[in-house]
Design a protein around this ligand. Structure first.
Ligand SMILES: [Zn+2]
Length: 278
């Protein structure tokens, strides 16, 4: 998930030195190659999975696409069970793999992050569990790593945006994606991160972990502004969810870019989650 960052535009020149300096010191979280270094074959694989290659980045563990979704090498080559859900024009979700072996409990751990991140994970868990789905989240036992582990990374603004967090999609065997990265750079959430803001971003990243794509994937400019990016629907099926509106809906928790506030499930989001997991 990303946030438009006016500050970074205003002082981009001044900031550039700092950003690059910081990134060099932090090899684990720095993009190791730019888009030009992604091969044509890989770009073609990304496209065939239905994702935009615009601003795709090579990062540790795979390729970061659409701002906050990590595609592993395995994701690129596996034959995913796919479904395309159309809720409304700007309420579209596409799942690759889904979480299987339901009902089940999914454990979540938080590693090396300030207390407020753990509190936000707890609040996020409550929001999902209140939906009464066929999976429930719970915190992993202290000192153990959960099936989803939340860790930090530190990355400043780039290109007018800052990455708030990132995650990926379920595995082909039906497990949720196992890692959520949250940006601890002060430009992301400030020196004292707001609990509900963190909660909403975690809610969004967990949405990817269980198979949701961006609501506005067909036009990311809807929530992010800038140039319209439409990566197309790929060769997956389409399933219309009955009883959902046909007009735009600006409040989905899976919009690509944050509004900087506490965005949670709206009525259409709940319909889509229920459709997949209730
Ligand atoms: Zn996202």
């Amino acid at each position: 998930m990303k946030k438009f960052n006016l500050f970074s535009l205003a002082v981009a020149g001044m900031l550039a030195l700092c950003v690059f300096g910081c990134q060099k010191k932090d090899a684990a979280t720095t993009a190791t190659a730019n888009q030009d270094e992604i091969s044509a074959a890989t770009k073609s694989q990304i496209t065939s999975l239905g994702f935009s290659t615009e601003n795709a980045r090579k990062v540790a563990g795979g390729y970061l696409v659409e701002g906050d979704i990590l595609l592993s090498e395995a994701n690129l080559t596996e034959k995913a069970e796919t479904a395309h859900l159309s809720v409304a024009e700007t309420e579209q979700y596409r799942t690759t793999n889904l979480v299987k072996a339901l009902p089940r409990v999914i454990t979540i751990s938080v590693t090396n992050l300030p207390a407020v991140y753990g509190n936000a994970v707890d609040a996020m868990i409550t929001r999902y569990n209140n939906l009464g789905l066929r999976f429930t989240f719970q915190r992993a036992a202290a000192g153990t790593t959960g099936q989803i582990n939340v860790i930090g990374f530190n990355e400043g603004p780039s290109g007018g945006y800052i990455t708030l967090g990132s995650s990926g999609f379920p595995t082909a065997s039906g497990n949720p994606y196992s890692e959520i990265k949250m940006n601890t750079n002060p430009a992301a959430y400030g020196a004292n991160p707001n609990l509900l803001y963190l909660t909403s971003v975690l809610q969004h990243e967990v949405g990817h972990c269980i198979g949701f794509r961006h609501t506005d994937y067909s036009n990311r400019a809807y929530s992010c502004g800038g140039t319209a990016v439409n990566e197309g629907q790929s060769n997956v099926g389409a399933i219309q969810i009955p009883g959902t509106p046909s007009g735009p809906d600006a409040a989905s928790f899976m919009l690509a870019c944050s509004n900087g506030g506490d965005r949670t499930f709206n009525a259409n989001d709940v319909k889509a989650i229920n459709y997949l997991y209730k």
